[in-house]
Design a binder for this molecule. Structure first.
Ligand SMILES: [Zn+2]
Length: 138
């Protein structure tokens, strides 16, 4: 099973995961878009089964969203490690990897992870957790 996301949806998943749950206004500020735009991104994520919204309009990840967010973070940290090992600065690596991490497959990310000798931490010092059952094995 594979769920495709856009860049904005990816950023949205990352932010909701970081915060646990979030209100629309806060999300729109984070994404730097107007609330109606944030609303339509959230609606799309609800349609993909990645996000849910309760009676108080609090937005949370579903189990599927959690799995996809974990997978994107894994891909992000592996790619970041690859770039920084090749001389790219941590901040450039982080910025560039956000353009790629949601597009590459878990399979390739896992291959890179093994080639990189299974690093425990990303260049920011955050743990790289190996995916158990991938959200998007191709
Ligand atoms: Zn990063």
């Amino acid at each position: 099973m594979e769920t495709k996301f856009t860049r904005r949806e990816r950023d949205c998943l990352e932010q909701i995961r970081d915060e646990g749950s979030v209100k629309l206004v806060r999300l729109s500020k984070y994404l730097n878009v107007k609330p109606p735009t944030a609303y339509s991104i959230v609606q799309r994520l609800i349609g993909k089964g990645a996000v849910s919204r309760d009676k108080n309009n609090t937005i949370m990840l579903t189990a599927l969203g959690e799995k996809n967010a974990e997978s994107i973070i894994f891909r992000h940290r592996v790619l970041e490690t690859l770039l920084t090992k090749n001389g790219v600065s941590v901040s450039d690596a982080c910025t560039e990897c956000k353009k790629l991490d949601f597009l590459i497959s878990d399979r390739v990310a896992k291959e890179l992870f093994i080639r990189l000798k299974e690093p425990k931490l990303c260049p920011h010092g955050r743990p790289i957790r190996v995916l158990q059952n991938s959200a998007n094995m191709v």
